[in-house]
Design a protein around this ligand. Sequence first.
Ligand SMILES: [Fe+2]
Ligand SMILES: [Fe+2]
Length: 357
Amino acid sequence: MTPNTCSCLHRIATKLPVSIHITKLLSIFFLFFVPIFDNFEKMTILIEQPDLAGVEVEGKKMETNELVLDGGFPMPKLDAHGGGFDAPEINAFGQSFRDYNAESERQKTVEEFYRLNHINQSFDFVKKMREKYGKLDKTEMSIWECCELLNEVVDESDPDLDEPQIEHLLQTAEAIRKDYPHQDWLHLTALIHDLGKVLLLPSFGELPQWAVVGDTFPLGCAFDQSIVHHKYFKDNSDTYNSSYNTKNGVYEQGCGLENVVMSWGHDDYMYLVAKENGTTLPSAALFIVRYHSFYPLHKAGAYTHLMNEEDKENLKWLQIFNKYDLYSKSKVRVDVEKVKPYYLSLIDKYFPAKLKW
Ligand SMILES: [Fe+2]
Ligand SMILES: [Fe+2]
């Protein structure tokens, strides 16, 4: 969730005073001058800016580096490919995307989620989960059947999303399709990227949210400061394991992310499903599926010392994908029946009719 931590925080820090200043000016303007306008009600409706107190709180959080990396940080709208994708500025809750510090009931749920996640995701835990779910002995179904199955799932860790998952999958896929019409593999990648969330369902063991969703990070080496709510790692046993708590830990510099154990969740599970069922999607697609929640890497630039050359190439696609994944979580409706035939044709091209899960 911006090539490295320093530059990301720097960009936030340099923008912050300006936004405070503008907010102050806006407050003064609307307090003293707006009432004289005849269409006062109409104008106040337009003002949905965060108040000053909220901005100050965010600033303090940034100094302690406990804020999610781009929380409240206005990411640029995409314009590099014809400007087709117009990124909305607020999510379904009327707040900035990935603004974990927004004043909302949901914030406490998200923080509690990360507390549990950071305590329980350990090197040993992940090894056990990969072994268990790598057997792919839960069920057999097609990709589209899984899309429909996923409709019941709500992702507690996500501050932006409050709609059926299939809508999010298709919103993401359709937004990418509009701007990258010739990369059909990318459209399908968007469709499947969250299917691993079926791990939350009873028939898949009903794993707790902290073991399925949220930002991911490597195990077996030190937890980077850029990981959201980093403070809760103090209660993770790996923090005190001398084999795991150094920069490289059990890895070698440049070993390739393929050899790195990531925290367990829907990303790694769907990667296993796709790979073991013999998908013909390119390696960039599998990279996106596996690391799309690895925000410490693709927004903060942490852990790049573990990447190899192929990872660096694939990361470019992941960064493109991620903007759509993030911004398509808004109230743009997709006509599922209308686009279904296209996605069925892609599934047929890149996957077997039935997959083991
Ligand atoms: Fe995801
Ligand atoms: Fe997603």
